[in-house]
Each structure stands twice: as C-alpha cells, then as structure tokens.
Design a protein around this ligand. Structure first.
Ligand code: PGA
Length: 278
C-alpha cells in the first residue's frame, strides 16, 4: 500500500532530526564518498594486544576513509574509548536475531548500540558454515536496522559453486533472502562480497573478477530499489586483502572499500591498507 502524505512528511522530519543529532551524525558516513575499511578481528586478539594496536595506529591517516574495527564481543567496551580518540568506528562481528531472552552466550542488538557499535557484520561465511541460515540472517538485519545500526551483509560463493559457474546465482539468492521484507527506504546498509575460497587463503579474487560480481550486486540493488538508492550503498570486497592488492582492488568502479581479516591483526599491514585507499 502507498504511503500517505502525512507519513512521508513524518519520515522526512525524522530524517532531518536524525541527521542533525550530533550524537548520531556519523550516520552520514554511510555513502560512497569515502572508502570504507572494516577490520574483522574474528576470534583473535587479547585486551593487551588490542591496546597496543590502537597505540600503534595513532599515526594512521583517517581523514580520507572510514575505518571500522570489529573486535570480539568482550573487547567492545574497552575499545570504545580508543575508537573515539582515533576517530575509528566500532563494529560487532555478530548479533542474535531476537531482541532479548533466554539465549545463553548470545548478545542482543540494544546492548551493541549501548556499547557504541555503529556497524554489525551479518552472515559471515564462517557463521554460515556453522549453521546460520538465510532466515536468521534476514532477522538479524531487521534487528540491526531497527536499532539504527548499520548491517554489513556478507555474501560469497564456495570454490565448488564457483567451479560450477554458480557464483552470480548464489549471490543473488543470498541478497534476495537477506533483504526480504526490508522497506526500500531502509537504505543504510553495506554489502561485503567475500568469496569463501579467498578468505584466509592468500588467494584473493582478481580486481576484474571482483568488479564483475560487485557490478552484478549493484544491478541487483538497482532492480530491488532504485538507481539512486542502489548507488548510495557501499559494496566492500573481502578475502585475502593486503597491502599489495589494495590499490588495484579499490581502483575498480564498484569496489567501495574492503573487509579485512588477517591483515588487520597487525597495525603495520592494516595501516598500509588504509593508506593504500588514498
Ligand atoms: P581475510 O578474511 O582477510 O583473512 O581473508 C576476511 C574475512 O573473513 O572477513
């Protein structure tokens, strides 16, 4: 059903208030005007090592890019202050698909918000491999968007699927089910194309291979929403990104930034990647 004039005005006023609220003005980050680099620390790091990384990152140039770090859950609280000091954005690696309840060992999105997270990785292939379903991924995205945080939806094909020429098909299905029933005006999200065979293997997709899939993703988004909206959504590449391949990857038209695992665990390589995006 179409929206009433009243609800459109209501949405516009909400948006304007939202943009002018200095506490959350960082939402303006979410467009393609600057590259977005996201560190996924996975199940690595200790509190002491994490502090060291922040100390060493102090000289990195951040004005030309948006830098997000996703530490393990227990490090979110202590890392928040460090992030603010360096103008780094805090993100989480996962969230539960329900708002709260008896789910031992899980974390709800309101808590992530309270701890200062702005982004949440959703549907990483390492989680899909351990049983996370498309339905859960869709619910998680709704939770994250509902709390005004930004989901980074991870999609990607396995080596076998690639060898059978099914890459675009797999990506289309993953995106379609993840975005099911999400209103078009909820356009604050990121997609990360992460070929499973490239994660942690040292074998990155070539810039042209990655661009072909990113273009496919952009076309899907155009079909799903509009040319204008689709062109505001950052599409990241992830999978063995390092200081050597960063420039070539980022030179591609539809690669708006990167999701970095292994190379984000050392300040020297992570800093080189940030610098490479200049
Ligand atoms: P990688 O991991 O950079 O170590 O390949 C990327 C990811 O899993 O997000």
């Amino acid at each position: 059903m179409g929206k009433t004039l009243e609800s459109i005005i209501h949405d516009v006023v909400r948006q304007v208030l939202y943009e002018t609220n200095q506490n959350i003005s960082k939402k303006q980050w979410l467009n393609r005007s600057k590259p977005l680099v996201v560190a996924n620390w996975k199940m690595n790091m200790t509190l002491e090592k994490a502090k060291d990384i922040f100390v060493q990152l102090k000289s990195a140039p951040y004005t030309h890019s948006y830098v997000v770090i996703c530490p393990p859950f227990p490090l979110l609280y202590p890392m928040n202050d460090y992030c603010n000091e360096l103008d780094i954005i805090l993100g989480a690696q996962n969230v539960h698909e329900e708002a709260k309840g008896a789910h031992t060992g899980e974390v709800h999105v309101e808590l992530l918000h309270e701890l200062g997270c702005q982004f949440v990785l959703i549907g990483h292939s390492e989680r899909r491999k351990s049983g996370e379903t498309n339905d859960q991924i869709n619910k998680k995205i709704k939770q994250v968007i509902g709390q005004d945080l930004i989901p980074i939806l991870c999609v990607g094909e396995t080596k076998e699927e690639r060898d059978f020429g099914r890459t675009k098909n797999i990506i289309s299905n993953q995106i379609e089910s993840a975005l099911k029933d999400i209103p078009k005006e909820k356009n604050h999200f990121v997609i990360a194309y992460e070929p499973v065979w490239a994660i942690g293997t040292g074998e990155s997709a070539s810039p042209f291979e990655a661009q072909e899939i990113h273009k496919h993703i952009r076309e899907l988004l155009i079909q799903d929403r509009s040319y204008f909206l689709a062109n505001q959504i950052p599409i990241l590449y992830g999978g063995s990104v390092n200081e050597k391949n960063i420039k070539d990857l980022y030179s591609m038209e539809d690669i708006d930034g990167v999701l970095v695992g292994g190379a984000s665990l050392k300040s020297s390589s992570f800093e080189a990647i940030i610098t490479g995006l200049q």
